[in-house]
Ligand binder design. Structure first.
Ligand SMILES: O=P(O)(O)OC[C@H]1O[C@H](O)[C@H](O)[C@@H](O)[C@@H]1O
Length: 558
């Protein structure tokens, strides 16, 4: 609970920021930089291997001081401690929120609701490592005795995005002799494409679902089981349940449902209700990633997470990288009216990072009521989106540079190229890549005035079109290289960014009631499409007409 139950906008700290915004909100980054020669080296924080340059934001040192005071007022410190102690900081589901325990190297001594959660975590990590080693080493074989060559993760949301994003991010560390696929969508093409060139005899499915009730995942898993059993039968190998036992493992909190599905619970890797779906990447949900990169690299990734967890807990907010990311975003969302946040990784391997962050940020903070159920008094969660640089530059950066909406952007870059580029001596390319990583935030911040454009001999009529207004804010996050540890540090930084925002806004960042209604409606509508003679379901005139259209399109009577 916040230490002060007043709506945040009524606190003196908020009002001080509102007043301060009236004074500095219109200042141009050109002037802020001109007045303060140290700005580019002082408005910087480091944490672990991460370097955050936040100097190209529309703020001053005073803003940072006021934002840090706001964080204190909102009770960020107490709330963080309550979370890591295992208090039920998710009150609408009456649960603890302990994803930080998943990467704590300590192997015991944190008892929550009567269970030593650290001991539980390390027990599962040990089983995961044993399993990953057996698959990687060829000791775990399929039903016909063949070693596993392809791993298909079946899951959606938090049971997909983390491992899928990280598998791509950590290509330097993945075992390239194994094929990895990630199936999430209930669109039947997703599974069909993922399996079309695989051999059932050497394919292992990891069915990941916290609840083991998710329609998409269970449907895909059932289809995958059919594909496997039929495929093996076609090769002359029968045996339904023994085959399933060799080719299916589960990741879940729900042993009963796993058994009901027909997966031997001896092949289940558990986690707990105190791990939220979008915070579950470092739980057993990371199993397929661990198979890909091996237990050692996986541990390095967990240690990276832990480094930032500790930094977030202990660093003063003016030097606290995740807290600053969150507070700067509050500054834009609530005082400048920004509604979106671009995340622009200069790394092709981070192509899925924006998608990962969309769930993390938008499912956590897309809320309109405060923890006590009263309406929020200030705007909350922003739309998070992005694409890797340099691709975005040739697509949507035009709007970032000259459009009428304010889009704060996080640029993420790495000094060293990934191994494949280095081994093929493509370093020159990486430098060009980095030159773009530097140029974009600079153009956004400083732009180009009409005088500068005219001085280049531009025709008068074109000058206004070529003016670059500048004053468009961005963060630069730099790390030496995209390693497992650095990926862990980055993800943890964004997790705590989200937490910081949520505490300031007074909302519960750990529930997601808004996704339920659509699920219920889908299950009501499914029979209309699936059966020839479904009982009439009266939805609304628009949905009813669409149902008729789709039935006709499938050759069924409307
Ligand atoms: O892991 P599961 O229980 O299958 O849930 C998968 C996803 O579905 C839900 O709708 C939630 O909104 C997500 O937070 C969750 O990650």
């Amino acid at each position: 609970m916040t230490s002060d139950t007043r709506a945040i906008s009524e606190t003196p700290e908020w009002q001080a920021l509102a007043q301060h915004h009236r004074e500095v909100g219109d200042r141009h980054l050109r002037d802020l930089f001109a007045e303060d020669p140290q700005r580019g080296t002082d408005l910087v924080v480091t944490a672990g291997d991460l370097y955050l340059d936040y100097s190209k934001n529309r703020l001053t040192r005073e803003t940072v001081r006021l934002l840090a005071a706001l964080a204190e007022r909102a009770g960020l410190r107490e709330r963080t401690e309550a979370m890591v102690r295992g208090e039920h900081v998710n009150p609408t589901e009456d649960r603890a929120v302990l994803h930080v325990a998943l990467r704590d190297p300590a192997t015991g001594g944190l008892v929550v609701d009567g269970q030593d959660v650290r001991a539980d975590v390390h027990e599962v990590l040990g089983r995961m490592a044993d399993f990953a080693d057996r698959v990687r080493g060829g000791a775990w074989t399929g039903h016909t005795g063949e070693r596993i060559r392809a791993v298909v993760n079946v899951g959606i949301g938090g049971s997909d995005l983390g491992p899928a994003m990280a598998h791509q991010a950590l290509r330097d560390s993945t075992d390239r002799s194994l094929t990895f696929r990630f199936v999430s969508n209930i669109d039947p093409t997703d599974l069909a494409e993922a399996t079309r060139d695989l051999d059932p005899a050497s394919t292992l499915f990891v069915v990941a679902s916290k609840t083991f009730t998710t329609q998409e995942t269970l449907t895909n898993a059932r289809e995958a089981r059919r594909w496997l059993v039929e495929g093996l039968a076609a090769q002359g190998h029968g045996g339904d349940s023994e085959a399933v036992a060799r080719h299916f493992v589960a990741v879940s909190t729900n042993a009963e449902k796993v058994a009901e599905f027909g997966i031997d619970t001896a092949n289940m890797f558990g986690f707990w209700d105190w791990v939220g779906g979008r915070y579950s990447f470092t739980s057993a949900v990371g199993l397929s990633l661990m198979v890909a990169i091996g237990p050692e690299r996986y541990r390095e990734m967990l240690d990276g997470f832990h480094t930032i967890d500790e930094h977030f807990r202990t660093a003063p907010y003016e030097e606290n990288l995740p807290a600053l990311l969150g507070l700067i975003s509050v500054w834009y969302v609530d005082f400048f009216g920004a509604q979106s946040q671009a995340v622009l990784p200069y790394s092709q391997y981070l192509a899925r990072f924006p998608a990962y962050l969309q769930q993390l940020c938008m499912e956590s903070n897309g809320k309109s009521v405060r923890v006590d159920g009263s309406p929020v008094d200030v705007p909350t969660g922003e739309v998070v989106w992005g694409e890797p640089g340099t691709n975005g530059q040739h697509a949507f950066h035009q709007l970032l540079h000259q459009g009428t909406v304010l889009v704060p952007a996080d640029f993420i870059g790495f000094a060293q190229p990934n191994d494949l580029a280095r081994d093929r001596d493509l370093d020159g390319m990486h430098d060009l890549f980095l030159a773009n990583f530097l140029a974009q935030p600079r153009a956004l911040a400083f732009g180009r005035t009409a005088e500068e454009v005219a001085a280049e001999g531009t025709a008068e009529a074109v000058v206004p079109h070529r003016v670059m207004p500048g004053n468009r804010p961005s963060n630069a996050i730099v790390a030496p290289k995209l390693t497992p540890s650095v990926l862990g540090q980055l993800v943890a930084a964004y997790e705590h960014r989200v937490f910081t925002q949520g505490v300031v806004w007074g909302i519960n960042s750990f529930d997601q009631w808004g996704v339920e209604l659509g699920k219920v409606m889908a299950s009501q509508l499914a029979p209309q499409l699936q059966s020839e003679a479904a009982p009439e379901y009266d939805a609304d005139s628009s949905t009813d007409a669409l149902v008729r259209l789709l039935r006709e399109g499938r050759g069924r009577p409307a």
